[in-house]
Design a protein around this ligand. Structure first.
Ligand code: PXL
Length: 278
């Protein structure tokens, strides 16, 4: 696949900040974000929000970073290193969401912000306090360039059960009404279809992105990988529809290259990139 322009050795690459949680198993969260960023030739910066305790079988718990420490990490990075885009993943609590939204407004960077509204792991373990969903909708969505919920998150955030194209359009409208510039409703969890169709909406037009469904149990970190790739493309100046098209192709290749790990769900993998052109 056509990738992003790579930096010449010794030249400073594009920088993207991820504000997200750690997965010690290395499959999702900041570990997935950094892997995709590195393999796309982007320098990844990190504001850690939470340390989860998990493996491929499930999440045993997590420990939150105080909101002011998350905001301080953001400030430290953007005032020195500078970033061309940012993304959020697991935000854990209302305190962290308020701090991230406050810091983002204060820093006023004018660069794209991708909000992946992580609510739970694929095993259904909570990664966001239910009481914090209001903060996510009210405080962070209006600051987002792009929000990227999966169908479970759509149900939790706007109460719509996406079962077909019409309900997917209704969900995109309801999400867009919460204030993001663009809303992407990912259809990957609609298991009845042989395709995975994501629907993007900007308040006027719908854009549909179709890929073959890759049947694998090793899909841990798929959402993180899509949002990270979109943030990298936006950092390179792609339009949002072009960034989403790129990210969709990237995550499809990462699903094809996913590998078994542990006793549960293995991770999607951008490591295919290392053997390209050999
Ligand atoms: O894939 C969503 C996600 C994001 N961040 C962390 C996670 C997960 C899923 O398990 O653990 C830290």
């Amino acid at each position: 696949m056509t990738l992003l322009p790579l930096p010449a050795p010794g030249s400073t690459p594009a920088r993207v900040l991820t504000i997200a949680g750690s997965d010690p198993g290395g499959g999702a969260g900041i570990q997935a974000d950094l892997r995709t960023m590195a393999l796309l030739g982007v320098h990844g910066c990190v504001a850690v929000t939470a340390v989860t305790v998990q493996n491929t079988v499930g999440v045993q718990g997590f420990h939150e970073v105080p909101g002011d420490v998350v905001a301080a990490q953001m400030r430290a990075v953007v005032t020195d290193i500078g970033v061309q885009a940012a993304k959020t993943g697991m935000l854990a609590s209302s305190d962290i969401i308020a701090a991230v939204a406050g810091a983002w407004r204060e820093l006023n960077l004018g660069v794209p912000l991708v909000v992946d509204p992580v609510c739970a792991s694929m095993h259904g373990d909570a990664l966001l306090a239910p009481a914090a969903r209001d903060a996510l909708r009210a405080q962070l969505f209006p600051l987002a360039t792009l929000v990227t919920p999966n169908l479970d998150e759509v149900r939790l955030l706007v109460g719509i059960d996406v079962v077909d194209a019409a309900s997917q359009r209704a969900a995109a409208k309801a999400l867009h009404a919460l204030g993001p510039r663009w809303a992407l409703v990912k259809g990957g969890h609609l298991r009845s279809s042989a395709h995975s169709t994501d629907l993007l909406y900007d308040g006027t037009d719908f854009y549909s992105f179709d890929a073959p469904r890759i049947d694998t149990g090793n899909d841990h970190g798929g959402g993180d990988t899509l949002a990270a790739a979109a943030a990298c493309a936006l950092a390179h100046g792609f339009t949002v529809p072009d960034a989403v098209a790129f990210a969709k192709r990237w995550v499809t290749e990462c699903l094809r290259a996913a590998y078994p790990l542990g006793r549960g769900h293995g991770p999607v993998s951008p490591l295919f990139r290392l053997s390209e052109g050999r």
